[in-house]
Design a protein around this ligand. Structure first.
Ligand SMILES: Cc1ncc(COP(=O)(O)O)c(C=O)c1O
Length: 377
């Protein structure tokens, strides 16, 4: 396999910092930032002209993003983030009183809050299914399937946030649809990590371009199955309220900053030039090696996740490390080690979730492995 060299030069990330958590908020390449700056200059030179041209520019951008996902552009709408995508889906689906909103114990916290809000509002109940890290695809389906009786919706992650585990979307959609249960897929991490991520047949799929495709923040997509397209409305009521076309209804959301959406395709071009399909497995190998180094340095192990995500790995934290201070430890690591990492957990276990993107090199993980045991003390 061709080995591609790291390209930190394409980013504006502080070189004095170890950036090992792309998975949380991404990072925007220099070129995309330049495109955004030029667009903002244009907007502020003549806002009237800018807002007259926004609709056409959004169409071009939306088509490019839909093509990147390999999805039907007529069912693809722009939303600011995966949280908004899930909220739109839950707002659209019928959730009758007494029904169950089914999700798993890997659900992203804010998505669970959305489920709880709609459950409370509609008199439904949230049912959380435990899925062990060690569960293979077949087991995941076997654990979820019996809980779908009386469900109004199944919400499932495509790649879990805290545990970086890939769920078998197509099989879960098949199992849910066999019981007439609509499926909402939270694919926040999926774009650029899974090819054609919205192809699993879900009723609603949402995913972030501002994570792995390195698009400007507040760029996400919502893919809606044909049967729900007419009923799916944006969260903000604006001038496109009566537009019969789903994507266009979501395009114009009042006076809003459309620059990130318009600039996003530049990041897709950067990924293409990075030879992403070759680079992604290399980044996965890199983060695996980095995670092993760190686990060795901490005297722990790399969590054995069945069907782990590309480009992210979990390193077990020693059991004596105290995370009860919220962000305090992360801030100490940031200050003393100049390293940005994130902690996640599952059941009683805590992890460091490491990421690798095209700006990372093995030396980053080596430096973290050298310094972290000292800081954890
Ligand atoms: C699985 C999952 N769902 C939803 C979200 C929320 O994404 P956003 O903050 O872009 O709405 C995240 C963010 O990390 C996530 O990992």
């Amino acid at each position: 396999m061709t080995v591609l060299s790291p390209r930190p030069d394409l980013w504006t990330l502080d070189p004095g910092v170890l950036h090992l958590n792309h998975g949380s908020y991404g990072a925007v390449p220099r070129r995309t930032q330049e495109v955004m700056a030029a667009l903002r200059t244009e907007m502020d030179a003549n806002p009237m002209v800018w807002f007259r041209t926004v609709a056409d520019r959004l169409t071009a951008s939306r088509l490019a993003l839909a093509e990147f996902l390999q999805t039907d552009p007529d069912g693809f709408a722009l939303v600011p983030n995966a949280s908004a995508g899930v909220t739109v889906a839950l707002q659209t689906l019928p959730i009758p009183a007494g029904s169950r909103i089914v999700l798993t114990d890997h659900v992203y916290g804010a998505v669970r809050y959305a489920a709880e809000r709609f459950a409370k509002d509609r008199g439904a109940e949230v049912v959380k299914i435990p899925i062990p890290l060690e569960a293979d695809d077949e087991t995941v389906v076997r654990l979820i399937e019996p809980q779908l009786d009386g469900a109004s919706v199944l919400i499932v992650d495509q790649i879990t946030s805290g545990t970086a585990k890939v769920f078998p979307i197509e099989a879960l959609v098949g199992a849910a649809h066999a019981q007439d249960v609509p499926v909402v897929v939270d694919g926040a991490h999926a774009p650029a990590l899974i090819d054609a991520p919205a192809a699993g047949g879900a009723d609603f799929w949402t995913g972030n371009f501002h994570k792995w495709p390195a698009a400007p923040r507040a760029t996400a997509g919502l893919v809606v199955a044909e049967r729900w397209r007419a009923a799916t409305m944006p969260l903000i009521v604006s001038w496109s309220e009566y537009d019969e076309r789903l994507p266009e209804r979501f395009d114009m959301q009042g006076t809003y900053d459309y620059v990130p959406w318009i600039a996003a395709p530049e990041s897709l071009r950067v990924l293409a030039e990075l030879d992403w399909s070759v680079r992604r497995p290399q980044l996965t190998a890199l983060v695996e090696e980095g995670a092993s180094l760190l686990a060795k340095a901490l005297g722990t192990g790399v969590a054995e996740v069945v069907h782990p995500s590309a480009t992210m790995r979990l390193v077990e934290l020693p059991s004596w490390v105290d995370l009860s201070g919220g962000d305090t430890l992360k801030m100490r690591i940031s200050r003393e080690l100049k390293a940005e990492i994130t902690f996640t957990g599952y059941e009683e276990r805590n992890f460091i979730r490491l990421s690798a993107h095209a700006y990372n090199a093995l030396a980053d993980y080596e430096k973290l492995s050298e310094g972290l045991p000292r800081v954890l003390g």
